[in-house]
Write a protein that binds this ligand. Structure first.
Ligand code: IMP
Ligand code: MG
Length: 179
């Protein structure tokens, strides 16, 4: 199995480029069907979702708009966990069918917070489209409406996902080799 070394860690290919594209296309078809007659607004979460979004959007055939947001992490003064603020949201989402495009939902804290931020702006609907979901790690009540892959609790890189900002450019997905 093909391996890469990123900094101090070894990773091994776990999902090939062909398999990723097959699933991304299937999810795009699901969205095309569900959203027929609507003009959804895709909110793409940078940096992690950039490659996924590029491949997904090429297969979306219904009229749509897209916009990019980033999540800035900072340590909350009173909270123990990291607080993430949505930045770059410069479109009016009121009365829009919003589809968030994310790389991975892990504990679900990020999406939980993003849903809270968006829902006060009166969208018509909000759906989450995530490339990956780690169901065993989910702590929040977050529903992933469109998911390409449910994966175990291993750390992965590639196809947009990083290890210490590295590995986003890899076209396959790699899993950390333990030990
Ligand atoms: P959550 O708030 O715990 O759901 O975390 C989601 C964020 O954690 C993702 O957007 C990623 O940036 C990061 N993340 C979680 N698991 C992985 C992984 O296996 N590889 C790379 N990044 C990950
Ligand atoms: Mg992310």
């Amino acid at each position: 199995m093909k391996r890469v070394k990123i900094k101090d860690k070894e990773f091994e290919v776990s999902i090939t480029s062909e398999t990723i594209l097959e699933r991304v296309h299937a999810v795009a078809e699901e969205i095309n069907k569900d959203m027929e007659g609507k003009t959804p607004l895709f909110l793409i979460v940078l940096n992690g979702a950039f490659m996924f979004a590029a491949d997904l959007m090429k297969e979306i055939t219904i009229p749509c708009e897209l916009s990019f947001v980033k999540l800035a992490s900072y340590e909350g003064v009173l909270s123990t966990g990291k607080v993430k603020e949505v930045i770059g949201l410069n479109v009016d989402i009121s009365n829009r069918d919003v589809i968030i495009v994310e790389d991975i939902v892990d504990t679900g804290k990020t999406m939980h917070q993003m849903l809270a931020t968006l829902s006060i702006r009166n969208p018509k609907s909000i759906k989450i489209c995530s490339l990956f979901l780690k169901p065993d790690k989910l702590e929040e009540d977050v529903k992933v409406d469109y998911c390409c892959f449910s994966i175990p609790n291993d750390f992965i890189v590639g196809y947009g996902l990083d290890y210490d900002q590295l590995g986003r450019n890899l076209k396959e997905v790699y899993t950390l080799v333990q030990g």
